[in-house]
Design a binder for this molecule. Structure first.
Ligand code: AMP
Length: 294
């Protein structure tokens, strides 16, 4: 495995691979790799002959009171895991490389518009602008054939798909199902912040999604009822949790709805345990009168 923080090296090695006929897969991460990231890398490995993984904790997607300075990091372990899982090139740029002169010097940003208004975008103003901008830079630097994102960050995945479609990036986005712990908690770098008690209460997120599924299978169609039941389950199972949102939305437009369950619905939630924010979601599709849950 090669490693660099330099755009010149990155471009040279990727273009060598491309000119020898290899296809390029990209996995973008903030490091502290876990089984969710590794599943993305494995998917990239299976569909491409050359795999690039980036590790960069992007300051412009963190709000002023968020955990940028404390975000967990372990580059030696990340290198070992990336190599073991078949990454060909690990790109670990500095902030000077990603934002010459610092983020304050950047003039042009990618604005995800209405897609960033609700769900996580409401509590994290500017977050998806930072994500879309840094991902666009990484796409230009690597020029992959395919890039891999996790369904755990459902709003991010939709925004990146629209970024690629609307700005005509010549690559394909693959969205990979959420990887979970045995008890159903979505794996996240932030799970390490949870106390023992918070960790045991955190299964309330997946239980709330299971509850939504039961209700929908039993014929429930009203988003406010589904949301109310999910909130009430979280109150019962996780007394230490503070719900940020529990929302039924149109999956593609990321717009909350109160009328009727959309045919392609995203049921998403975000919950705080202390200052740790956990998210999870489920997609519900209706096609030919049949329901599909993802
Ligand atoms: P992060 O390092 O948190 O920015 O995540 C990098 C990529 O890994 C993003 O596309 C995430 O959606 C994806 N990811 C993070 N956790 C999981 C998970 N539990 N299952 C699947 N993908 C994940």
């Amino acid at each position: 495995m090669r490693q660099t923080g330099n755009i010149g090296d990155l471009r040279r090695w990727v273009s060598e691979a491309r000119s020898s006929g290899q296809s390029i897969g990209l996995v973008t991460t903030m490091g502290y790799l876990h089984d969710g990231h590794l599943r993305l890398i494995e998917s990239a490995r299976a569909e491409n002959s050359y795999v690039v993984c980036s590790i960069y904790v992007n300051p412009t997607q963190f709000g002023p009171s968020e955990d940028l300075d404390h975000y967990p990091r372990d580059l030696d372990r990340d290198k070992r895991l990336a190599e073991e899982h078949g990454v060909d090139l690990l790109f670990v740029p500095s902030t000077e490389t990603m934002y010459p002169g610092g983020p304050e010097a950047q003039q042009i940003w990618i604005d995800p518009g209405h897609l960033a208004e609700h769900l996580c975008g409401a509590a994290r103003p500017g977050h998806f602008r930072g994500v879309a901008t840094v991902v666009a830079k990484l796409f230009h630097m690597v020029q992959p054939d395919r890039a891999y994102f996790g369904q755990k960050d459902a709003q991010q995945a939709i925004i990146i798909e629209r970024l690629v479609a609307d700005l005509v990036f010549p690559l394909e986005i693959r969205v990979i199902p959420t990887v979970r712990e045995e008890d159903g908690l979505a794996i996240s770098s932030r799970n390490v912040y949870l106390s023992h008690e918070q960790r045991s209460q955190a299964t309330a997120l997946i239980h709330a999604l299971h509850r939504a599924r039961q209700l929908i299978e039993a014929g429930e169609q009203h988003p406010p009822v589904i949301e109310r039941e999910m909130n009430s389950l979280i109150r019962d199972e996780a007394p230490d949790a503070r719900v940020d949102y529990v929302t039924v939305a149109d999956h593609r437009r990321l717009q909350p709805t109160t009328d009727k369950l959309p045919d392609d619905a995203l049921i998403a939630l975000a919950v705080y345990f202390g200052s740790t924010r956990l998210i999870d979601n489920m997609v519900v599709r209706r096609a030919d009168g049949r329901l599909e849950f993802q």
